[in-house]
Design a protein around this ligand. Structure first.
Ligand code: 0WD
Ligand code: CA
Length: 380
């Protein structure tokens, strides 16, 4: 079949083990039927407080508050006097998610799943944000990625490594860029209440250490996935669908004034927004469009499931099926490469724009990311 012919062309070299050495990221190769993607199920959640401490509960979950018709949100307000910024030079790797797994092993669903060769009953554990990067790879032309991968007791763990380019970007951000990073969090403060019967407090402190994360389980083709993602808020209605169906993703974006800006928004921003919310099954995205001075000029709701229709008028636009098929094939590629079960061994997968995915192998290196407290505990 054409599909098998494509598969042959995907990698130029095959190793002695018969597994390919590389994986193509060309979008044309992934234009097949949409793969099976099971509805994600929330199996748990956790919170990180203002000191980045882990709590096995929903204390940081906030509630969505619909804004007035013409809100007067000034996203510059409180910068920098009421802003506490997370130290993003600290690399947390999978630690908080592993903390969740350690105390909630029994919550992971093994029912009606094919007998597993892994102790946890899932094939992959990672952050949602890492999967978002994989999904958007066939359309990405700017930023590459590095993913560290280890197998432990039959489960494959994936943890991002900051690329050299990303580190340089982080260390040389302009004052304007630093401030604009604050705007997204300030928008959250305008839109969210801490309690179900509360109202937003725009006079409070914005502290980006605080987070609420959902942990979901799902399946992509024959890959059983467990991942976690940060959730901005939920709707107040107690009769809303159960999580993740009640969650709302908040975004900010520059106001759209020209057809060119509209086209770029569809081509680039909606791809990232769609991938991020589709993965955990978050059904709606509320966007604040702001001007150059950080004033919100409009607020719009996007249904995640309708985004792919919205973009169909764009010439040569991105396709959800390409994203999902590439992700599925990438996970198959990882499974074919990562054979040795050893938490101290890291397979480092690298992708750069206009290149194939490649990998290198590292033992007891700076890349090892599964902590002793996790591997010791999970042996019993
Ligand atoms: O180690 C790493 N390289 C990363 C760690 C990269 C991304 C996230 N994280 C960790 C953090 O501990 C965070 O609590 O994962 C958690 C969030 O994971 P995620 O949901 O998988 O990440 P992603 O989907 O990329 O981002 C979701 C939100 C962002 O919202 P917007 O609307 O801007 O996409 O999480 C925030 C941000 O508010 N965020 C982060 N928070 C802490 N550390 C990070 C980060 N590195 N990146 C984004
Ligand atoms: Ca957000």
């Amino acid at each position: 079949s054409d599909y098998n012919a494509d598969k042959r062309h995907r990698s130029s070299e095959e190793s002695q083990h018969g597994s390919p050495e590389t994986l193509s990221a060309h979008r044309q190769q992934y234009e097949r039927n949409f793969p099976l993607y099971k509805q994600p199920v929330e199996v748990g959640f956790f919170s990180l407080d203002s000191h980045r401490n882990f709590f096995n509960d929903q204390r940081q979950l906030r509630y969505y508050v619909q804004p007035r018709k013409s809100p007067d949100f000034n996203l510059r307000d409180g910068y920098t006097s009421r802003f506490v910024k997370r130290d993003d030079s600290v690399k947390e790797r999978l630690d908080h998610l592993l903390q969740w797994i350690r105390v909630n092993r029994d919550k992971i669903q093994t029912r009606d799943q094919t007998p597993s060769s892994s102790a946890l009953g899932v094939d992959f554990v990672t952050w949602r944000g890492h999967l978002t990067k994989v999904l958007t790879t066939p359309y990405e032309t700017q930023e590459g990625w590095l993913l560290a991968v280890s197998k432990f007791r039959g489960t494959i763990y994936i943890s991002e490594v900051e690329t050299e380019a990303a580190r340089v970007n982080r260390e040389t951000r302009s004052e304007r860029q630093e401030e604009m990073m604050y705007w997204g969090y300030k928008f959250e403060q305008y839109m969210c209440a801490d309690d179900v019967d509360g109202t937003p407090d725009p006079g409070g402190i914005v502290n980006t250490n605080e987070a609420f994360c959902t942990v979901v389980q799902t399946r992509l083709a024959d890959h059983k996935l467990l991942f976690s993602g940060e959730v901005d808020c939920r709707v107040k209605d107690p009769d809303a669908p159960p999580a993740p169906g009640c969650y709302v993703e908040l975004k900010t974006s520059a106001e759209i004034c020209t057809p060119k800006q509209q086209s770029n928004f569809h081509r680039y921003k909606l791809l990232k927004w769609w991938a991020q919310s589709f993965l955990p099954g978050v059904p709606q995205i509320v966007a604040g469009f702001r001007d150059h001075d950080g004033i919100v000029v409009s607020v719009e709701t996007f249904q995640t499931s309708k985004i792919s229709q919205l973009i169909k008028n764009e010439y040569n636009c991105w396709k959800p099926t390409v994203c999902m098929n590439f992700c599925s094939d990438f996970l198959s590629f990882v499974k074919s490469v990562v054979k040795e079960d050893d938490p101290r061994l890291v397979y480092l997968f690298r992708w750069d724009p206009h290149r194939d995915v490649t990998y290198t192998v590292h033992r007891d290196s700076q890349y090892t990311f599964l902590p002793d407290w996790y591997t010791k505990d999970m042996k019993s």
